[in-house]
Design a protein around this ligand. Structure first.
Ligand SMILES: Cc1ncc(COP(=O)(O)O)c(C=O)c1O
Length: 389
């Protein structure tokens, strides 16, 4: 007898859940339901869907697939990662307080401080490396602790089990932006988080060709509230984008493993050079290396992720480095098959005040590398040429 679906391994779930052959024609690749509306058989009698803002069969397939990857009961898909984070924060009311990791993606900062703060939510940006520090900052009106681990771009880690325990005892939700690690590298719901947010634009898509976002949860109540918000506010993804993502997650395990293996090799080599900073959780020199080992092994193998940050020391060295690169492309985003690099100070974190950036260590000469699945020797030789004086 075969294993039941909930016992399937990661890649079997990625390839088969949400991907059953089409019932009508038997197509092995699922159809794309490019429709805004659905015929009703009578008033109030639909066949499971009535209007695509509310639900769509292709989106339903993707939601089943992404829920299975996180071992979650529910997944709700959005048009972008930012739409997902905004919907998550909109669960709360004016006067409520949200605690967020200090060096999260700059767009999360921009949306919180320039949009939702105007509508009465309050935010504090704190160091979430230590659960005790999180506990210290929880106020009577705190409703949510939202962490990134590793953070962007300093790759600080949050002890998810410890932080989940702090949040549970305070009656506060814990959500995790898991865009950097993907469910292949880290599954926060299994460590006690209430909600996982991901920009599917990153490793879930993996080909830098589509935008998307997703929230996963095991809570029926949160699922119901989020689906209501989605119906009311409408930040839904298109059926075509859903289909692209459904196809992409089939290779997530292969892609993520390879890019993480490449990153381990490159980080170890970069660490032997005379650079002011090489930050990678897989390096013994990373202050939270042990936590990285414990937290990133959902399927037994050690996954440290595909992001490395390096400081090259000066703006001149940075510009020379960027000019000489041939394989790496200077571009926003991460998690694709192709290696990218960016300067967080001026690019992803442009919205964060200069003093905050400098205080945290996001300098003008800090470069974030997103490692792809190219041949690692080519990546190393590209970096070597770019770093040579
Ligand atoms: C960690 C992280 N979270 C969220 C986002 C936002 O996702 P999107 O660009 O899909 O809106 C990004 C985008 O770069 C990101 O890097």
């Amino acid at each position: 007898m075969g294993k039941s679906k909930d016992k399937w391994g990661f890649s079997t779930r990625a390839i088969h859940v949400g991907n059953a052959p089409d019932k009508e024609e038997g197509s092995v690749s699922p159809p794309i339901h490019l429709t805004s509306t659905f015929k009703q058989d009578g008033v109030g009698k639909n066949r499971g869907h009535d209007y695509s803002r509310v639900s769509n069969p292709t989106r339903a397939r993707l939601e089943a697939n992404l829920a299975a990857l996180d071992n979650a009961k529910h997944a709700i898909c959005y048009s972008t990662g930012m739409a997902a984070t905004t919907a998550l924060f909109q669960l709360f009311d004016a006067g409520d307080h949200i605690l967020i990791s200090r060096n999260t993606y700059g767009g999360t900062y921009r949306m919180s401080m320039n949009v939702l703060k105007r509508q009465g939510l309050t935010f504090d940006w704190i160091d979430t490396r230590n659960p005790e520090n999180v506990a210290k900052h929880i106020k009577p009106n705190t409703k949510l602790v939202h962490v990134e681990t590793p953070t962007n771009p300093l790759l600080e880690l949050c002890d998810l089990e410890g932080t989940a325990a702090v949040c549970k005892s305070a009656g506060v939700f814990l959500s995790v932006d898991n865009s950097f690690m993907s469910p292949y590298g880290q599954r926060p719901l299994e460590l006690g988080a209430d909600v996982v947010m991901q920009s599917s634009t990153k490793s879930l898509s993996g080909h830098s060709d589509v935008l998307g976002g997703v929230l996963t949860t095991n809570s029926d109540d949160l699922d119901e509230r989020l689906r209501f918000l989605m119906k009311a506010t409408g930040g839904v993804p298109s059926p075509f984008d859903n289909w692209i993502l459904l196809r992409s997650t089939k290779t997530l395990g292969l892609r993520y493993q390879k890019s993480s293996d490449n990153a381990v090799k490159l980080a170890n080599w970069l660490d032997t050079l005379d650079l002011p900073r090489v930050i990678y959780p897989g390096l013994k020199s990373h202050p939270q290396h042990e936590l990285a080992q414990q937290q990133r092994t959902p399927d037994g193998s050690v996954i440290y992720g595909n992001m490395i940050s390096i400081d090259v020391g000066s703006i001149e060295a940075r510009d020379q480095f960027l000019e000489k690169l041939e394989v790496f492309t200077l571009a926003e985003s991460l998690g694709g098959v192709e290696s990218l690099c960016c300067v967080p100070y001026d690019m992803t974190h442009a919205a964060v005040p200069v003093e905050s950036k400098l205080e945290m260590g996001i300098t003008e000469s800090l470069i974030r590398l997103s490692i792809g699945i190219e041949d690692v020797v080519d990546l190393q030789s590209d970096l070597q040429t770019a770093l040579s004086k």
